[in-house]
Design a protein around this ligand. Structure first.
Ligand code: ATP
Ligand code: MG
Length: 424
């Protein structure tokens, strides 16, 4: 028996409705904010992620699925969604279109991580990318989009953490302050942080090792080292969040796991799914497009982990009922009625009613039991009597009553019963 790979999940037929539910809500949020979907390939040139995500990040140093293809090219399965979007934005000349260019995507994400609860080797993200606007109102809109999406699903237990990691100007001063603080304790830091100390000190704040995390708690705050422009941008962002009535916590330890961020970074964290509680993470990345070969393009966005989102909703009892149950089950009450049942099924579907017919030769009782199991709201029975009277017996699976309906009126009758005549 060949099993699925470590850190991957199958979404089985009885669970896929959960994905449809969150994806439908995401697409509706996207529509309300006038975002257009972008789909980019699952694999890209490795170079894109080296330049985009950054050579000192965990993703690039430890987690990428990289291989050489038969043409000798170095290829990497997407370890995040943004770099591919930036590449497509440049390649398709989207900078020539009216700005901002507001996009969203669904993507699988591949990272060679140590699998544990909430940490997979293939996970999926709903992502938002807002290109072309420098204004803090765009950062606030990115956060508002995520918040509206969570609200639409009834999720209330998330804490929004925000921070600003400034620009290159602020970073020089901050790096020095951080290094001065870390230096006396450098020996006790993990090996990765020792490398980060020289190459990219800010990354130290993102370390997941307990010893490093403890030391980081009292590290100087990046917010205290913002240049006037970045400080003003951060303060404007907070003004917009307050105006929107969005509660937030300023958390100076959030720096995010990718190098491309500057100024705003944020995370929505849940308390209901254990240690891997970050459901949505994002920020501003004004350098990314130029880092991967385009012109200077301010940008802000986020990635939202769909497996973690579904875990949160399940933990909070918000997932609701399976919405994929067929409306009607057609019971073949006599072998002679088989074709009539199949034709009725075709007709119901043509009028927008989802239904299921018998293909297993079950008894009437077993068919009704199965209809119950499928959670059908109604059933239609055709047997010898119905065939000779040219009728259909329509049964309400919940209330239990049944009525005889003329065959040519069956679809209209059922539609009225199910949706008051109008397809939902
Ligand atoms: P973490 O700090 O948890 O490793 P990250 O910084 O790597 O997160 P991002 O790259 O910003 O996370 O990804 C955005 C979102 O995607 C995360 O907030 C999370 O919901 C989800 N995510 C990231 N990595 C995984 C994973 N290995 N398994 C499942 N979901 C993930
Ligand atoms: Mg990670």
């Amino acid at each position: 028996m060949i099993n699925k790979q470590k850190g991957t999940l199958d979404v089985l037929p009885n669970d896929s409705w959960k994905w449809h539910k969150v994806e439908t809500a995401a697409r509706e949020t996207a529509r309300l904010y006038s975002l257009k979907e972008i789909r980019t390939p699952t694999f890209e040139a490795t170079e894109l992620f080296l330049r985009g995500v950054g050579g000192t990040t965990d993703i690039v140093t430890k987690e990428m699925y990289t291989f050489t293809d038969k043409g000798g090219r170095s290829i990497t399965l997407k370890p995040e969604g943004t770099a591919g979007v930036a590449r497509a934005y440049i390649e398709a000349g989207l900078s020539n279109e009216p700005q901002p260019v507001k996009m969203y995507y669904f993507t699988p994400v591949f990272r060679y991580e140590r699998p544990q609860a909430g940490r997979l080797r293939e996970h999926h993200q709903f992502g938002v990318e807002l290109y072309g606007a420098q204004a803090a109102s765009m950062d606030a809109e990115a956060i508002l989009i995520a918040k509206s999406f969570f609200d639409s699903l009834g999720i209330k237990d998330l804490t929004l953490n925000i921070n600003s990691i400034g620009c290159e100007t602020c970073r020089a001063g901050y790096n020095k302050a951080l290094k001065d603080y870390i230096k006396p304790n450098l020996d006790s830091m993990c090996d990765t942080c020792k490398v980060r100390f020289d190459k990219n000190p800010l990354r130290i704040l993102d370390c997941k090792e307990e010893g490093c995390k403890t030391l980081n708690k009292n590290a100087p705050s990046v917010i205290d080292h913002l240049c006037p422009d970045c400080a003003a941008h951060f303060s404007k962002l907070q003004g917009y969040l307050k105006a929107y009535g969005i509660e937030y916590v300023i958390n100076p330890l959030i720096v995010r796991g990718l190098d491309y961020y500057n100024r705003t970074v944020f995370e929505f964290v849940s308390n209901s799914i254990g240690a891997q509680g970050t459901v949505c993470a994002g920020g501003r990345y004004d350098r990314l497009v130029s880092d991967v070969g385009g012109g200077a393009t301010p940008a802000v966005g986020f990635g939202l982990g769909l497996e973690r989102l579904i875990n949160v909703m399940t933990a909070l009892g918000l997932m609701g009922e399976d919405i994929s149950a067929p409306d009607v089950y057609i019971v073949t009450a006599d072998a002679a009625a088989e074709t009539a049942c199949l034709i009725l099924g075709k007709e119901l579907r043509e009028s927008g009613i989802s239904c299921e017919c018998d293909h297993m030769g079950r008894s009437i009782k077993a068919q009704l039991k199965y209809a119950d199991k499928l959670k059908c709201r109604m059933s239609c029975i055709i047997g010898g009597d119905e065939l000779s009277n040219n009728t259909v017996t329509v049964k309400d699976m919940g209330a239990g009553g049944q009525e005889s309906v003329k065959r040519d009126r069956a679809a209209a009758f059922i539609k009225t019963r199910l949706y008051g005549g109008v397809k939902k």
